[in-house]
Design a protein around this ligand. Structure first.
Ligand code: AMP
Ligand code: MG
Length: 427
């Protein structure tokens, strides 16, 4: 039984990130949300593109207004009106001003904008009652970004701000990492699909749905491969095919020590290197983690677009629905993040300290993960334990989970009111 942190290190060390040359595709800006940039983006445009006004007001020469005040206003002739979107046709001379609006291009000769609130207009003259600072309210060309410098770096996730930046920079096609393919396989004679009537002893294969939803939320492409019974031959074929179809395989069930738990044996027969058999975690102890060397997988990929030769990662996850999701949140997510092309600081799961609202119990020998809700309140986080049974079979208890409180090895109890580490769950 490996400690959780050690298991995480072994997993992360085994992952090879997608290749920024081979594992990429071109995404249209309009459908690039959530994608990860594979190469840096540079713009030929300065930001701002030209000197322009940050306010509605008057573009002036600073020397004309530097000594004015409420008792002795500067009085300037208005010689032009400059709305946003037009090139000014005038040059401002001494004693002159241009009416200008936010975003309007600064006219030649003017260097400062006086905001409207500090002025009074009388026909074609403007009275300036307060001296501005030199160059006030002017957004200078290239003061935000110089053309030719890197605008966005590889590894950046394209969220709303980045999409806006790319649109402004007129970058409508982007080189992004392809989405990792994640095969999902459910094992067990007792499993049926949601549309089948249940016979005695049967249950619905909820893991397939849970894991597919989770993979999608994490930016991967789920490749759902259905249910395979506890039959070693069929399971071996199904696992071999899943390995060829994906970057990561997630199988649930059949990794325990029961008489029908065949996954580890099959993986060994297929030439996999098994790195982890079990982890000191509750729920989710019987976790298998294996890699299949590229030579084993690449040779059989037929008609497949050339892609980098990284090992296929295999996670044999316990079948209990709570264990399955906890294993994904704790162990698969870092692997998926590293594989996806994200930078190292985003690989590891995120923990925060929170005050436990209820007593939390662990078993002392394993790192125990308890589901509940993480809330930001005045002064910090609070963790509220989910109300129902924390049995690893009680899927119902996971609804609305936003955090998993951790009771560490060596500890059996964290009393209410004490601080507890909580794994943030956002998928
Ligand atoms: P196993 O890991 O195969 O020993 O299964 C442990 C428990 O999880 C058993 O009660 C199974 O019925 C249940 N289980 C296994 N696979 C699934 C699945 N795909 N969906 C829901 N429950 C499952
Ligand atoms: Mg089973």
């Amino acid at each position: 039984m490996l400690p959780v942190k050690q298991a995480e290190s072994i997993i992360l060390d085994s992952v090879q990130s997608l290749d920024p040359e081979l594992d990429t595709e071109v995404a249209e800006l309009s459908s690039a949300t959530g994608r990860i940039l594979a190469s840096s983006v540079t713009s030929q445009l300065d930001f701002p593109h030209w000197d322009n006004s940050a306010m509605d007001g008057y573009a002036v020469r600073y020397i004309d207004v530097q000594f004015c005040h409420s008792q002795q206003p500067a009085i300037l002739d208005i010689v032009a009106e400059i709305p946003a979107g037009y090139q000014p046709q005038v040059s401002i001379q001494s004693g002159e001003a241009a009416r200008i609006f936010t975003g309007g291009v600064m006219p030649e000769g003017a260097d400062t904008v006086v905001m409207q609130e500090d002025t009074k207009r009388e026909e074609n003259r403007v009275f300036i009652f307060q001296s501005p600072k030199p160059q006030a309210c002017v957004r200078h060309r290239a003061s935000f970004y110089h053309a030719g410098e890197p605008l966005l770096n590889p590894g950046i996730v394209l969220n709303a701000p980045e999409i806006a930046i790319l649109a402004a920079a007129q970058c409508t096609e982007l080189t992004v990492y392809r989405r990792p393919k994640v095969a999902i396989l459910s094992t067990g004679d007792e499993l049926v699909t949601p549309d089948q009537p249940l016979q005695p002893g049967q249950i619905v294969d909820s893991n397939q749905y849970a894991l597919a939803a989770w993979v999608r939320l994490c930016g991967g492409i789920p490749k759902v491969r259905g249910i395979v019974g506890d039959n070693p031959e069929k399971l071996k074929n199904a696992i071999a095919e899943a390995i060829l179809a994906a970057d990561i395989v997630l199988s649930t069930g059949g990794v325990s020590v029961g008489d029908y738990d065949y996954v580890d044996r099959i993986l060994a027969e297929l030439g996999a290197e098994i790195h982890i058999h079990s982890v000191a975690i509750k729920p989710g102890k019987p976790l298998t983690f294996a890699t299949l060397p590229p030579s084993l997988t690449a040779s059989s990929i037929q008609g497949h677009k050339q892609r980098s030769h990284h090992p296929v990662l295999y996670f044999g996850i316990p079948g209990n629905p709570v264990s399955a999701l906890v294993s994904c949140w704790r162990f698969v997510q870092p692997a998926l993040r590293k594989l996806s092309g994200l930078p190292p600081e985003l690989w590891e799961p995120m923990f925060v300290n929170a005050i436990a609202i209820q007593d939390l119990h662990g078993d002392g020998r394993k790192e125990c993960y308890l589901s509940g809700r993480l809330r930001l309140v005045k002064g910090g986080y609070e963790f509220e334990l989910a109300g129902g049974s924390h049995s690893s079979g009680n899927l119902i208890n996971l609804a609305q989970t936003t955090g998993l409180a951790v009771v560490p090895v060596g500890q059996t109890f964290i009393p209410a009111g004490e601080s507890v580490q909580v794994l943030i769950v956002d998928s």
